[in-house]
Ligand binder design. Structure first.
Ligand code: HPA
Length: 270
């Protein structure tokens, strides 16, 4: 794996004007932030050695490298989901490459179903912690010490300093944010009412099909993480709504400007 990471990082380094300090994984319907990157270079996934190619509708699949304000960023437009059939090593490969390129902070967004009864559709949730229910662990297998330690501590996966900055930015801009625990699950089915209830009972506030693998690999690599969910539907017991991918994208698009502002301001403060 090290050889692959290095090959991909060398390919990108040769192409890029800037080495990124911040990595961004743009979730469902959240591509707007990428449009604000200046001095940009776009690198389609299919042209990058060892990169998996994204397939799911609504994810176009390219790296965008450039500047957000005065900060060098590398954004992934389109991520690799476990439910698409990729292994956990493939899902998290881009984060390994980010580390090799010198990324110090990873910002992640996603769409999620809300289970906390105080949440409303369209809310932005700052992720405070997660519960990993994926059937495969991204760090399973031989540990490569140069990438990180065998048994990584996960007690500060989402550092409070970044969360507090984001909350302040939201407050200054009159944006409502909630906070909570994200449950990562494999999908591709949305939850049954009993499953939403189960994820609530075990301590979740929202559930989605991404983010946790990438965050685990980032923490392993010593990259600090900030992550936010758009609550696109509710799995609150008694209020479970029918949900479709189209609706998830539609709600995510509506919430997108607020999320974009918070992420952009946060990057400026890094
Ligand atoms: N469950 C899982 N993933 C999701 C949901 C959900 O309710 N909404 C958006 N992504």
């Amino acid at each position: 794996m090290l050889a692959k990471i290095n090959e991909t990082a060398s390919f990108l380094t040769a192409k890029m004007q800037y080495l990124p300090k911040v990595g961004i994984i743009l979730g469902t319907g959240l591509g707007e932030l990428a449009t604000q990157i200046t001095d940009r270079q776009e690198i389609p996934y299919e042209s990058i050695p060892n990169f998996p190619v994204s397939t799911v509708e609504g994810h176009s699949g390219k790296l965008i490298v450039g500047m957000l304000g005065s900060i060098q960023v590398l954004a992934m437009q389109g991520r690799f989901h476990y439910y698409e059939g990729y292994s956990m090593k493939e899902v998290t490969f881009p984060v390994r490459v980010m580390k090799a390129l010198g990324v110090e902070t990873l910002l992640v967004s996603n769409a999620a179903g809300g289970m906390n009864p105080s949440f409303q559709i369209g809310d932005l949730m700052i992720i405070t912690d997660h519960i990993n229910t994926f059937p495969e662990h991204p760090l399973r297998g031989k540990n490569e010490p140069s990438l990180g330690t065998r048994f990584p501590d996960m007690s500060k996966a989402y550092p409070v300093e970044l969360r507090n900055k984001a909350k302040q930015i939201a407050q200054d801009n009159g944006i409502k944010v909630v906070e909570g625990v994200y449950v990562g699950t494999s999908g591709p089915t949305f939850e049954t009412p009993a499953e939403y209830n189960y994820f609530r009972v075990i301590g979740g506030d929202a559930v989605g099909m991404s983010t946790v693998p990438e965050v685990i690999v980032a923490v392993h690599a010593g990259i600090q993480v900030f992550a936010m969910s758009i609550i696109t539907d509710l799995g609150v017991p008694g209020q479970v709504v029918e949900v479709s991918h189209e609706e998830v994208q539609q709600i995510a698009n509506l919430a997108q400007p607020k999320m974009t502002l918070i992420m952009k301001e946060l990057i400026a403060q890094l």
